[in-house]
Design a protein around this ligand. Structure first.
Ligand code: UDP
Length: 327
């Protein structure tokens, strides 16, 4: 299939590109490189452009005879979305709507959309299923929910077929160590902890140990980026015109911040000094997926079911690329 991967130079998108190519698809990456990395894209696949340039998007969709789009291009930092919501509404909502309009114009009728656990906010019950009420508590979550709603409306009005995949905590890197996570500044737990092991930071600050969890630190559902990517391929196969599905992508297992630090100590052999800090605002105690729908609909199960093996792939990437793609 001819597939346009929007945001294919980013962390999750670049892993999907690799997998799509391996599965025999023809891939065009459309990315404005605002946060993505040229080096993450295989030679010859990158079209540098912005989604707000609708005419350009339409012409690429037509020229490359695109049959389906995967849309990974979005900003995804909760704190940043609170501090600068305009950035998020522009990039995650306006640009995404422009993409949908370009697809309509070029008659491309299938899309896989990157959604998020942040659309659920702070759910009262765990684990989180697709029926859990979506009540986002920050602009990032709102922007993703807006596009989920738009997709549903486009499906019923214009016959769009879509899958909205709600990621839990993406983690890890390609097992060959050539692509991985590279954010500037980095704020995600596993890369930050591994930066301590690399000697780039003195210590890790644990954001709160007084949560109502077994060890007092937050529980998250860390899902390997390769498992996320493989779910996209499966989702693409089941998209039907005029219909949409929303699916959680997680392992169904919660890992605490302390357990992450411990797993990183084991994998790296570094003592990784940790200090307790204040809670980060808006951090729910626990976010764990009920992933039964993904297993059932996508015939998918996460290959990386141990946090140690996820950390190992991340460590391989960070060791060989201590400064990310800049090395
Ligand atoms: N966290 C932490 N110290 C850090 C970064 C993150 O204790 O330096 C915690 C954070 O409070 C959350 C978990 O690690 O409970 C995962 O945070 P991350 O930013 O990686 O992902 P999020 O869950 O916010 O999407």
């Amino acid at each position: 299939m001819n597939i346009m991967v929007v945001g294919g130079a980013g962390y999750i998108g670049s892993h999907a590109v690799r997998l799509l190519i391996a599965a025999g698809h023809q891939v065009t990456v459309y990315d404005n490189l605002s946060r993505g990395h040229r080096q993450a894209v295989p030679d010859g696949l990158l079209v540098e452009g912005d989604l707000t340039d609708r005419a350009r998007v339409v012409s690429v969709l037509r020229e490359c005879k695109i049959e389906a789009v995967m849309h990974f291009a979005a900003f995804a930092l909760v704190n940043e979305s609170v501090a600068d919501p305009a950035l998020y509404y522009r990039n995650n909502v306006i640009a995404a709507l422009e993409l949908l309009e370009a697809m309509r114009e070029a008659e491309v009728t299938k899309i896989v959309f990157s959604s998020t656990t942040a659309t659920y906010g702070e759910p009262a019950t765990m684990p989180i299923s697709e029926d859990t009420p979506q009540q986002p508590i920050n602009p990032y979550g709102f922007t993703k929910l807006v596009i989920e709603k738009a997709l549903a409306d486009y499906a019923s009005a214009y016959g769009l077929g879509y899958a909205a995949l709600r990621y839990f905590n993406a983690a890890g890197a390609h097992p060959d160590g050539t692509i991985g996570e590279d954010h500037d500044p980095e704020s995600h737990l596993i890369p930050v902890v591994l930066q301590v092991a690399l000697g780039q930071r003195e210590k890790i600050t644990i954001f709160g140990d007084d949560f109502a969890t077994p060890d007092g630190t937050c529980l998250r559902d860390y899902i390997h980026v390769e498992d996320l990517a493989s779910a996209h391929l499966r989702a693409l196969e089941l998209i039907e015109p005029g219909k949409g599905v929303c699916i959680n992508l997680g392992t169904g297992r919660g890992t605490s911040v302390r357990e992450i630090v411990e797993a990183c100590r084991k994998v790296t052999g570094h003592p990784i000094p940790a200090v307790m800090g204040d809670r980060r605002s808006g951090d729910p105690a626990e976010l764990v997926a009920d992933n039964r729908l993904a297993k059932e609909l996508l015939d998918w199960t996460p290959k990386y079911d141990q946090i140690g093996s996820i950390v190992e792939t991340a460590w391989r990437w960070h060791q060989s690329h201590p400064n990310g793609y800049a090395t």
